[in-house]
Design a binder for this molecule. Structure first.
Ligand code: AMP
Length: 188
């Protein structure tokens, strides 16, 4: 069985943790563009060096770069066979359209688009307490504002296609995981 998912949620909503639960349940590849970019920064590649400035300011890395990275990643065997959960992508309308084109070209489609919903005040508090290097107050505010501006329309886009399911992200890790898995099973 191949499972192809996208998970949305404000930064700090617990997407990363819940992705691991999804990976353990379905054996899919966890594709986090944030993780891939941070790896490129650590490796000191040219792309990583350029991306770091944008990431430090809480901005978005260019669509063309991100779409290229994801298209390449989706052709790797662990994503081709069992499927994937995309985390942090697509973040803009052009990215959403690119994803659907990439999948359609490979005769594939998404099973579900999940919206892990945690209120703004709660994610702000969570991000401030995790103390990551790119989690300055300005960067947090910038990323949350960008989420509303750029990503909200992407949610609406997937909603219009009948793919979006909103899941309450408040509660224990296990409670949220059970909710997500019930919703995914329902869509398969
Ligand atoms: P994340 O770990 O998903 O919060 O991503 C960390 C940072 O990487 C973001 O604040 C952006 O600067 C950048 N980034 C990650 N994914 C994307 C994407 N799909 N499009 C543009 N920039 C991204």
């Amino acid at each position: 069985m191949t499972v192809r998912l996208v998970i949305f949620g404000r930064q700090g909503a617990g997407k990363g943790t819940q992705c691991l639960n999804i990976v353990n349940t379905y054996g899919v590849a966890h594709i986090s563009t944030g993780d891939m970019l941070r790896a490129a920064v650590t490796a000191g590649t040219e792309m990583g060096t350029k991306a770091k400035e944008v990431m430090d300011a809480g901005g978005l890395v260019g669509d063309e770069i991100i779409n290229g990275i994801v298209a390449e990643r989706l052709t790797e065997p662990d994503a081709e066979g069992p499927g994937f959960v995309l985390d942090g992508y697509p973040r803009t309308q052009p990215q959403a359209e690119a994803l659907l084109n990439i999948l359609a070209a490979a005769d594939q489609s998404l099973d579900a688009v999940l919206n892990l919903d945690v209120p703004l005040e709660e994610v702000t508090a969570r991000m401030k307490s995790r103390g990551r290097e790119d989690d300055t107050d300005d960067a947090i505010a910038n990323r949350l504002a960008l989420y509303e501006q750029e990503t909200r329309p992407v949610l609406d886009f997937f909603d219009a296609q009948g793919l979006l399911v909103t899941v309450d992200g408040l509660g224990s890790e296990e409670e949220v995981s059970c909710r997500l898995i019930a919703v995914i099973n329902d869509q398969l």
